[in-house]
Each structure stands twice: as C-alpha cells, then as structure tokens.
Write a protein that binds this ligand. Sequence first.
Ligand SMILES: [Zn+2]
Length: 314
Amino acid sequence: MKPTYFELDFAITCIDTAHIRSDFVAAYLIEDNGRYAFVDTGCHLSVPILLATLQAKNIAAENVDYIILTHIHLDHAGGAGELIKHLPNAKVYVHKYGAKHLIDPSKLRDGVISVYGELFFKQFLGDLIPIDEGKIIIAKDGDKIRLGNRILTVINTPGHARHHICIWDEKSQGIFSGDTLGVSYRELDTLQGELIFPPTTPIQFDPEAWKNTIKKLQKLEPKYAYLTHFNRIKWSEKSAKMLISNIDNFADIAKQMQNQPKRHKAIKEALLEYLLKIAKAHGVSTDKTKQIKIFKGDLEICAQGLGVWLDNNS
Ligand SMILES: [Zn+2]
C-alpha cells in the first residue's frame, strides 16, 4: 500500500486516511526529537494507511508515544483501538467523556449505526476495537503533553461535541482542531482564501458554546489550523469570523425549516443552496456538480445534527 501524505513545516505530516474519498479525512503525525504522536486516526479501515506511513518514513512503531484524539466521532477516533495494537509504547489522550466509549465501544457503535446505518458502518467505518483502560490518559484542559522537547497543550473546546479537545502546538503556533475550526476543502480555495463551514454533526451541536470556544482559541492568535477535514490552512481573524457567521447561518436555516413537514429533507436542501451561494460569493470556480459532490460528504450529517439540536431546544 502506498499511503498519501503531505509533509508540512515544523515536522508535521498530514496523512490522507482515504475515508470515503481522498482529501476528506486527515490524521496528523507530529515529530520531535525522534518521538512521535498521532493526532486523530481516521476510522478503523484507515489504520493500514497510518502504519504504511510509518513504514514509508522509516519510523519504528516503538517511537510513537501518543495517539491524541480530538474527539471520538469515528472519522477521527474509530481507528485508535486497532492502531494502538501496533504501537507498543503509545498511550491514548482523550477527554473524560470520550474515554468510557473507547474502553467499551458498544454504545458508540450502536449510536453510530443508528445515525449512519449498519451497511455504512461495515463498508466505510469497518469496526471499533476496545482500548485497554491502562492505555488511556484523560486529557484535561491546560494539560501539557510532552513530545520530545515539544509541548502540546490540551484545550477544552465544546461546541461541535461536548467532549471535544483541541491541541495547541506552540512550535508551529497552530491548533490541531479536529472539527472545532470547521471543515474546509482545498478544492474550494480561491484568491479570497479558504471557504470554512461548521460540521454540525449529531448529537451535541451547541452553537453558543462553539462560538465561545472559537473566541477563546482566537486569544492564542493561531497562525495555522490543522483541520481533520482537510489539511492545514492558514488561520486568521477572517477565518474565525467566517466560521462564526456560518455557525449562525446554519442554525438559522434549521430554525427556518423547523415546521416543514419533511424537515430533514428541507434542512438538507436549504443547506446545499446556502453552501453553493457562499461558494459562488467566494469565487469558487470548480464546476457545480463537483461542488455538490464535495458538500454532500457533510450535508446528511449536518442536517441530522441540526435536527437533533432543534428537538433539544423546542
Ligand atoms: Zn466530529
């Protein structure tokens, strides 16, 4: 297997986990002084790609100290149980609300199957392997993870999910953001920069908490966001503003569709219309069919998450 990965500055590698399509779900590998950490893993089916990346870069599995999970949604953490079987010295960092679901993934598996269906689970996510409790470290806000001589700081970042953490990397002045700093696909970059929008995944979307989290992260004045979806982008005040405004607009779209008889379908259609509109205003020239294909990777899940949010707030 020939893995696809991108060598970034500051000894950071962005690995394409090839989940669903290319350029969609990233996992990161950080190096310092010969020690390594993964941030997010992709799903179970992505693990051979992560291992092939270690092999291609001549990295011994023994030199990986950590698997840091931004949160336990399966496109971020589904591979952790399988991956750690191959990394004899690694420990898993995860928020306390996520830890129990890694030790006993049965509830998580049921939840995922109820959202995505059994067929999707088997075909695109694969499996979910429990992690030995002794291998798990609870990541608390402010914790400093030492990797070689590098310090990675844990920041609690609720909004996309209550158990979401981000990692502040002092060395690159960047944030490993999971889903917290939105999704942004390279096919939609223009002279205006990156198009960024929020993945409002079920079941804990909380717009107010999310916006507060972004404001808190802005105090660090990050120069980069290492997005899981997809790859590193330069980060600025403008990026934060775009994301905050799209969180508000997604929530407004959901509210406007609240009383539609086929609410889910109505939200999905309105979101697509909105995304195509902002892409056009952003100067995206990729043809419309391709844009729709890119947006469709998130639409179903975003609409479901907004539906859950409406139900919880009515
Ligand atoms: Zn997520």
